[in-house]
Write a protein that binds this ligand. Structure first.
Ligand SMILES: *[C@@H]1O[C@H](CO)[C@@H](O)[C@H](O)[C@H]1NC(C)=O
Ligand SMILES: *[C@@H]1O[C@H](CO)[C@@H](O)[C@H](O)[C@H]1NC(C)=O
Ligand SMILES: *[C@@H]1O[C@H](CO)[C@@H](O)[C@H](O)[C@H]1NC(C)=O
Ligand SMILES: *[C@@H]1O[C@H](CO)[C@@H](O)[C@H](O)[C@H]1NC(C)=O
Ligand SMILES: *[C@@H]1O[C@H](CO)[C@@H](O)[C@H](O)[C@H]1NC(C)=O
Length: 232
C-alpha cells in the first residue's frame, strides 16, 4: 500500500512495469495519465552549444521512461539543410544493459551509458560544416513505437567569444543610479517637508505664546488645540 501511494503522489518516482501490472486499475489509470510522455528524451536545459573549430564537443541526450526500457531504439541525426544524415544508432535491450551501437560518422563516438540513461555522443575535431541541428531520436517498443526526439543546435565559432558583460554592467549601473537618485530625491523631499512643517509649527507656537501675555484665558484652549493637532 505504501509503495502504491508513493507511486501515486510523487511524479518523479517512476513506477516499474511490474508495479503497474500488479496495481489496481485506478492506480494504473493514474500512471497512464502521468506517463502520457512515457518516454522522454531531452538534450538538457540549454539545447545549444558553441564550439570552437577543431575542438571536441559533447552532444548530450538522455531519456527517461516510466514504463521501463525494452529494446529501446535510438539514433542521432544531423540535419544537413533538410536531409537527415544518420550519425549513429543503437538498441538498448533492457534498462541498465549496455547498448549495441553502430556509428556511421568518422568523428563521432558514442559515450552514453545505460546506467545513466545517457545516449550522448562526442563529435571530434569540429569543422564549420558541422554547424547545425543534431536530433536524438528514441523509440520504445513498449509504448507502441512512438517516436520521441530532442534537438540540439551546434554553433561553430573561430574563437570562443568572451562573454561581453559591458552592456549589462552599464544598464545595471544606470538602473541602479536612477533608483538611487529617486530614493535620494524622496528622502530629501521628506526631510524638507518635515523641516518646513516643524518651522511652521514653531511659528504658530511663537504667535500663540506671544499672544498669551495679552489675553491668557482666551488663548489657552487655542494653544491646547494647536498642540493636539500636529502631534496626532
Ligand atoms: C579554425 O578556423 C580558422 C579559419 O578557418 C583557422 O584559421 C583555424 O586554424 C582553425 N582552428 C582550428 C583549431 O582548426
Ligand atoms: C539548402 O537547400 C536549399 C533548397 O532546398 C538550397 O537552395 C540551398 O542552396 C541549400 N543550402 C546549402 C548550404 O546547401
Ligand atoms: C582529430 O584531429 C587530430 C589532429 O588533427 C587527429 O590526430 C585525430 O585523429 C582527429 N580525431 C578524429 C576522431 O578524427
Ligand atoms: C552523459 O555521458 C557523458 C560521457 O560520459 C558525460 O560527459 C555527460 O555529462 C553525461 N550526461 C548526463 C546528462 O549525465
Ligand atoms: C519515427 O522515426 C523514424 C525514423 O527514425 C521514421 O521513419 C518514422 O516515420 C517515425 N514515425 C513517426 C510516427 O513519426
Amino acid at each position: 500500500m505504501v509503495s502504491k501511494r508513493n507511486g501515486r503522489f510523487s511524479p518523479s518516482r517512476c513506477a516499474r512495469s511490474g508495479d503497474a501490472v500488479h496495481a489496481g486499475v485506478v492506480v494504473t489509470l493514474l500512471l497512464v495519465v502521468w506517463c502520457a510522455q512515457a518516454l522522454e528524451v531531452s538534450v538538457g536545459k540549454v539545447p545549444l552549444v558553441e564550439a570552437m573549430n577543431g575542438s571536441t564537443v559533447l552532444l548530450p541526450c538522455i531519456y527517461s521512461s516510466c514504463f521501463g526500457i525494452l529494446n529501446l531504439k535510438f539514433n542521432w541525426h544531423y540535419n544537413d539543410n533538410g536531409s537527415m544524415i544518420k550519425l549513429c544508432e543503437g538498441v538498448i535491450p533492457k534498462d541498465v544493459m549496455d547498448p549495441r551501437v553502430e556509428v556511421f560518422h568518422k568523428r563521432v563516438e558514442f559515450v552514453g551509458c545505460s546506467k545513466d540513461s545517457n545516449i550522448s555522443i562526442l563529435l571530434y575535431n569540429v569543422t564549420f560544416e558541422d554547424e547545425g541541428e543534431y536530433t536524438c531520436f528514441a523509440k520504445n517498443p513498449k509504448e507502441k513505437d512512438r517516436n520521441h526526439s530532442a534537438t540540439f543546435t551546434l554553433y561553430v565559432v573561430d574563437e570562443l567569444k568572451v562573454v561581453d558583460n559591458t552592456l549589462t554592467t552599464i544598464i545595471m549601473s544606470v538602473v541602479g543610479g536612477v533608483i538611487g537618485l529617486v530614493i535620494v530625491v524622496m528622502i530629501t523631499k521628506a526631510v524638507v517637508l518635515f523641516i518646513l512643517k516643524r518651522s511652521a509649527e514653531k511659528n504658530k507656537e511663537c504667535l500663540v505664546s506671544s499672544g498669551q501675555d495679552n489675553t491668557e484665558n482666551g488663548l489657552k484652549t487655542a494653544k491646547a488645540d494647536n498642540k493636539a493637532t500636529p502631534k496626532a
